[in-house]
Design a protein around this ligand. Structure first.
Ligand code: CAA
Length: 260
């Protein structure tokens, strides 16, 4: 499939995916979502890619939401299909076995904020603005916002943001735990890369298990999640990386993990 709106570059095992539809502030229509789905599937199948950074093209917008013009005349059935499509794509991002960082370079609104919420870690430019303004359009978030936002910032703050539809700045997003860090806009990609590099220097199997433990554990009771952690912790001891990591520590060397 020829891609018009989603760019992918891979450097030193770190993939950077850029949504580029600047004429609509990178808003997500069906085509963009289909392209995203294809790229995410390709990344999932590529074991050379160890981390993914998702960002938006230009300095103004990460993603300004689902495409309002495209949604305006949708029938309820079309809206349902559109919502399912967004959910499938964002779930695929969330389920990638590698760490995913959102580099939020500007507006992250509606579906754009929801895209960032499906990532593991969010870094925002100080100029970023985030929000779930759907109620201002007479709808509710449709790509996971009501679920993931509440899980990340808690029910009260999520309710405030979703009910008011107001945008917040990067500093407030940091204060409520919606983003992990705020950096100057010109440093955003550098900081995202630095963090990705730091992460991928760690054991790849351990990273995969850690992500599974956090993500899947959140769907479980605490007791089930702790049991799941025990199982994954145990599985670490079947890997060469466990031996490599601990031997390197004890001999004061830097570990060179094999990912097995
Ligand atoms: N869908 C379609 N087009 C969009 C868009 C969107 N979500 N956001 C911006 N655009 C378009 C504008 O229509 C405009 O196009 P034209 O030049 O053809 O008029 C262009 O992008 C530039 O936007 P503005 O002129 O509005 O730029 P601004 O600087 O004045 O304002 C903004 C920027 C505050 C982000 C404003 O564009 C805005 O409020 N956008 C909509 C944000 C929004 O409501 N997002 C949620 C969508 S619903 C959703 O996402 C549902 C879901 O959960 C699945």
């Amino acid at each position: 499939m020829a891609r018009n709106y989603v760019e992918l570059k891979v450097e030193e095992s770190i993939a950077t995916l850029t949504i580029n539809r600047q004429e609509a502030l990178n808003a997500l229509n069906r085509t963009v979502l289909e392209e995203l789905k294809e790229v995410i599937n390709n990344i999932a199948a590529d074991d050379q890619v160890k981390a993914l950074i998702i960002t938006g093209a230009g300095s103004k917008s990460f993603v300004a939401g689902a495409d309002i013009a495209a949604m305006k005349d949708m029938t309820p059935l079309e809206a349902k299909e559109f919502s399912f499509l967004g959910h499938r794509v964002f779930a695929a991002i969330e389920k990638l076995p590698i760490p995913v960082i959102a580099a939020i370079n500007g507006f992250a609104l509606g579906g754009g904020c929801e895209l960032a919420l499906a990532c593991d870690i969010r870094i925002a430019a100080s100029t970023a603005r985030l929000g779930q303004p759907e109620v201002k359009l007479g709808i509710i978030p449709g790509f996971g916002g009501t679920q993931r936002l509440a899980r990340i910032v808690g029910k009260g703050i999520a309710s405030e943001l979703i009910f008011s539809g107001e945008m917040i700045d990067a500093e407030r997003a940091l204060a409520i735990g919606l983003v992990n860090a705020v950096v100057p806009p010109e440093k955003l990609m550098e900081e995202a890369q630095k963090l990705a590099q730091k992460i991928i220097a760690n054991g790849p199997v351990a990273l995969r298990y850690a992500k599974a433990a956090i993500h899947n554990g959140l769907q479980m009771t605490l007791e089930q999640g702790c049991q799941y952690e025990v199982e994954l912790f145990t599985d670490c001891f079947t890997t060469e990386d466990q031996d490599i990591g601990m031997a390197a520590f004890l001999s004061k060397q830097k570990p060179v993990f094999k990912g097995v």
